[in-house]
Design a protein around this ligand. Structure first.
Ligand SMILES: [Fe+2]
Length: 251
């Protein structure tokens, strides 16, 4: 079964489910998408730990009904991670989901410094939906992040082109060049798409081969739950992409 490592389902918390009824609907959609485990990742806030404990308990009963196991986690912005002794991880390990949108949008802060600060925390980081902020022209930043041990979570909807052609192009560029380790739904109250992961898995299998799909959708999320780093993915590439990369041209 699949593991969704990034989902906003907790009711009445930021842009998660509007209420318990909608949370139930979201869980049902996940179950129909062959998801057996969901890591709940609301946006970080000061009281989140307390809120998660209260709300997640209510959700657990619903999830059980759909045959889904819930784990706690959260999604941080870069600024919320620095100078904190303890971070909320994705399940019981040292992996933290982080969004670098605020850094990427301004670019005035050198990525080397970002990395240095993140390393100082002692945690491992997974970059949420890099396709929103990083594309071909940012390959140096991406390499800096990857060399420093950052892992990358792509969104299924972006890979499928459901958020527009720019994000789709970026997502496939990232995957082709080794900047993709996980695929998640990043589901919110305003966008619930049936069979999102299954449709994406099918497309990835067709485009990049069964092995790539197996690692992205099963092997790496399972490794995450065990607290192990993901396997690197070098998907099968067509001859033009392969030849260009030999000459240092990224397409
Ligand atoms: Fe998110």
């Amino acid at each position: 079964m699949k593991i969704d490592i990034h989902a906003h389902i907790i009711p009445e918390i930021d842009d998660g489910a509007l209420n318990m009824k909608q949370a139930d609907e979201m869980l049902q959609v996940s179950a129909q998408d062959d998801v057996g485990t969901i890591i709940l990742t609301p946006h970080y806030s000061k009281d989140l730990q307390k809120i998660i404990v209260e709300k997640a308990k209510q959700l657990e009963q619903l999830a059980e009904k759909h045959g889904i196991k819930l784990l706690s986690g959260c999604e941080y912005d870069y600024s919320q991670v620095i100078n904190q002794d303890e971070l909320i991880t994705l399940g019981d390990n040292k992996f933290v989901l982080i969004d670098l949108y605020s850094v990427a949008a301004h670019r005035q802060q050198a990525f080397e410094r970002v990395i240095k600060n993140l390393k100082g925390t002692g945690y491992r980081f997974i970059l949420a939906h890099p396709e929103r902020s990083f594309g071909r022209k940012n390959r140096k930043d991406l390499q800096t992040l990857r060399d420093a041990g950052m892992f990358f979570q792509l969104s299924a909807a972006c890979l499928l082109g459901e958020h527009g052609s720019n994000e789709q192009r970026n997502a496939h560029f990232l995957l082709r060049h080794g900047f993709g380790h996980y695929v998640a739904t990043d589901v919110h109250y305003y966008r619930i798409q049936p069979k999102l992961l299954s449709r994406c898995e099918e497309m990835i299998t067709e485009k990049y081969g069964e092995k790539t799909a197996q690692i992205l959708f099963y092997e790496n999320p399972e490794r995450l739950l065990r607290g192990e780093p993901p396997m690197d993915i070098r998907p099968r590439r067509n001859i033009i992409v392969h030849m260009c990369s030999m000459f240092g041209i990224w397409i």
